[in-house]
Design a protein around this ligand. Structure first.
Ligand code: HEC
Length: 172
């Protein structure tokens, strides 16, 4: 009888323990990923990502290293705006194919509560100003500042953390 029980239960116990082992292995992998302070993502190339003052506020940005798609797009937007400013200051003409409009309002934000009519209206006005910029190659500084003004308008309502840095994107 004990032999029968052993033959019957040992494989089951082994299966269960291997399942537990796998589960804890995956849990450990997931945990170490979420703990990773320097993941090799887009962030490393972008000064906006390295600083905590770039994030919205403590309530919305829970972990700056596991950013939601909208936050990642915002970092790209900010990096592009900075490089556009530098180009304008060098007297170069902006090329719209190098800076395609980034549809950040279609992707998941950290805080889903931002997705309300006022947000989409701000996004629409921003996109309008962005399109205008490329239509005025002779007045790029002026139209660049109008674009940054739209970043600021939205950020005053939805994400005030990065405002100081966004204001630095203005051309004086
Ligand atoms: C329509 C509103 C809106 C506009 C326009 C907008 N933003 Fe944002 N921005 C947001 C929201 C909302 C977040 C938070 C995103 C999230 O956490 O998912 C954000 C986040 C950011 C962040 C922080 C990203 C991070 O690291 O977590 C930066 C930097 C930023 N925006 C810069 C800009 C710049 C520069 C512009 C203009 C070129 C701009 N934003 C235009 C709403 C906007």
């Amino acid at each position: 009888m004990p032999r029968f029980i052993g033959a019957f239960f040992i494989p089951i116990i082994m299966k269960i323990s291997s399942i537990i082992f796998c589960a804890s292995f995956f849990a450990a992998v997931l945990y170490s990923c979420s703990e990773n302070k320097q993941p090799a993502t887009v962030q490393q190339h972008n000064e906006f990502a390295d600083s905590n003052d770039a994030s919205c506020s403590q309530e919305t940005i829970k972990d700056p290293n596991n950013a939601k798609p909208m936050a990642l797009m915002m970092r790209q937007l900010a990096a592009n705006a900075d490089s556009m400013k530098q180009q304008i200051l060098r007297g170069e003409q902006l090329d719209s194919t190098r800076y395609p409009f980034i549809r950040f309002y279609l992707v998941e934000p950290t805080d889903p509560n931002v997705l309300e009519p006022q947000f989409y209206e701000n996004a629409r006005l921003f996109q309008e100003a962005y399109t205008e910029l490329f239509k005025h190659p002779k007045e790029q500084s002026k139209y660049h500042n109008l674009v940054i003004g739209k970043c600021i308008n939205c950020h005053e309502n939805y994400c005030s953390g990065p405002l100081k840095r966004i204001r630095k994107l203005l051309i004086q």
